[in-house]
Design a protein around this ligand. Sequence first.
Ligand SMILES: NC(=O)c1ccc[n+]([C@@H]2O[C@H](COP(=O)([O-])OP(=O)(O)OC[C@H]3O[C@@H](n4cnc5c(N)ncnc54)[C@H](O)[C@@H]3O)[C@@H](O)[C@H]2O)c1
Length: 247
Amino acid sequence: MRFAGRVAIITGAGRGIGHAIAVRLASEGARVACVSRTEANAKKTADEINALRADAAKAYAVDVADHAAVQKIGAQILQDFGKIDILINNAGMTRDALAMRMSLEDWDSVINTNLRGAFSFTQAILRAMIKQRSGRIINISSVSGIMGNAGQTNYAASKAGLIGFTKSLARELASRNITVNAIAPGFITTDMTAGLSDEVKKALHAKIPLGKTGTPEDVANAAAFLASADAGYITGQTLCVDGGIVM
Ligand SMILES: NC(=O)c1ccc[n+]([C@@H]2O[C@H](COP(=O)([O-])OP(=O)(O)OC[C@H]3O[C@@H](n4cnc5c(N)ncnc54)[C@H](O)[C@@H]3O)[C@@H](O)[C@H]2O)c1
């Protein structure tokens, strides 16, 4: 129970990687704020956690791209839980297209959700975390942000941006005993990758040295480590959870 007494916020907790991280942190004692775009999805994860440990989770619905709404939800979570120890900026989306054909709307929505959303949620809780003089912020980036990926200029730019955001924030907050790290997942089996064609999946598979796709739990393992006391001397880093794609 290494997170007993700790409070964690996980964005995009309704399914996939965010769901796995929320369940993992709660299973090790954390109380968790499950944030999703829809009330139903957030509640599904919170109900699942509360069935294992009563009152361990609460559900919140917000679009992370709505800066004002995120500030309100952040304040609500702080009021409900009384503190914040861990923030996992996981909410993310793709709108793939070749740059030549990409609409400005698809560019903006991906950047505003994946990159600005992380900034907005961080700003919503930062004052409280700084006052507390301890905390962990973990941003879910992607190997696309490190290597690039044809058809994903918007997504890769948002994920590369998150790495720069992570490093700068780590430098700003180190003296306050707050660590900031990123995780770059590779090809993880979730709804986000379910829609890829068999051909694309096969091509991606061929690039993974470990020869298999990852699971949301593989990413949750890394998040739990970076959120734990064991990672207290690690900040500003990007940990690839990708079966060896980036090395
Ligand atoms: N699956 C992969 O292979 C993979 C690889 C690298 C990085 N990632 C990243 O991991 C994170 C989780 O991805 P996943 O595979 O679990 O995807 P997913 O589509 O299954 O889940 C994404 C979650 O984010 C939420 N979300 C999306 N836009 C939102 C918004 N505007 N406001 C609030 N919530 C919003 C969704 O509702 C959903 O719960 C994302 O940031 C994604 O970019 C995934």
